[in-house]
Design a protein around this ligand. Sequence first.
Ligand code: MG
Ligand code: MG
Length: 382
Amino acid sequence: MLTISAIKADVGSVGGHTRPSSRMMEAARNHLSQAAKRGLIIDYDVTHTGDDICLLMIHNRGNDHPEIHELAWDTFKAATKIAQEEGLYGAGQDLLKDAPSGNVRGAGPGAAELTFDETAKERPAESFMIFTADKCGPGAFNFPLWAVFTSPLFCAGLMLPQMRPGFRVTVIDMEHAGADRIIELDVPERHLDLAVLLRDENRFGIKAIHSRRYPSQQVVAVSTDRLHTIAGEYKGKDDPVAIVRSQNIFPAPEELVSPYLTAHFVAGDARGSHNMPLMPAAINTAITGPYCLPIVSCVAYSLTKEGKLSEGVDVFGNPVWDATRLKAQQKADEMRRQGFVGPAMLPMQELEYSAFRKTLAELEEQFRIVEKAEPAYAKAGS
Ligand code: MG
Ligand code: MG
């Protein structure tokens, strides 16, 4: 069995929430390179999306393995140390605990992991994509995954015999602290029930998708931890990562990316408090847009049976996405023109985790109740 682990965290960035420094990236690569030399992992890659470092690790130890999670934690600690030395913003911000008990889930970093049998006949070659997004939450993947796995408008491949039996979608309640609270829905039959849940991107997120034709084959894994559920207050946005396997029994890369043409509005952005369109961007792009215009990047890889990674292809770092980028910028411009009004900002329920709640609490105290005044005509008649 081979495991793909993609673990992502913001442990400090240059000049605000832009990107990690070159030295931080180098330290992360060195850490994983040493782990590969001593045989803990087979192969790795390190990228950044905005201010988040993503550690991609291939190994054969399975999901939630303590040594793999400790390796990720130690790597983020090493990058944090450099961020502190360099005086960077938010050094170590996603490392919410001193030391996790063998698993980074619930300790701050976002983790997506997927294990599969590399010898399975239905997958003669393994290809997969890593989607990383910054300035938004795991719910940012709700719309694109729903679109591809339920609708032939976005994925004509669903009509092929391999995919016609559909998929099983595991949805998690991200507001539930502690043990995972999940529901499994089979699509296409229950695509409307799925839509009912996924429309609330702040509460419900897709955690996993499996093939129904080949039930042991998992096609999608998404990091679905929300920092405020862990910490009880706003600690930065839960910038997510998704692993999506592609081709033959699964949707093709060109289908998987088609919903990103929409540049759909997602929650997050500046101070994690606004709605802005998700712009596809090249991997290793800094966040420099107005109101932290959120970005999503995607790298496509192939994997040998021995767990060796190919070079990555930067899917959104290509001119075919220029028109979508322009559309996202125009949509962002329109939204920002209404400032804080209505859907430009998140509902109060979400802002309750941020410092906005303190301002609101102060104002709440200044409210007073006015008893209903007697109408003037009643007085005149008495
Ligand atoms: Mg940040
Ligand atoms: Mg981030």
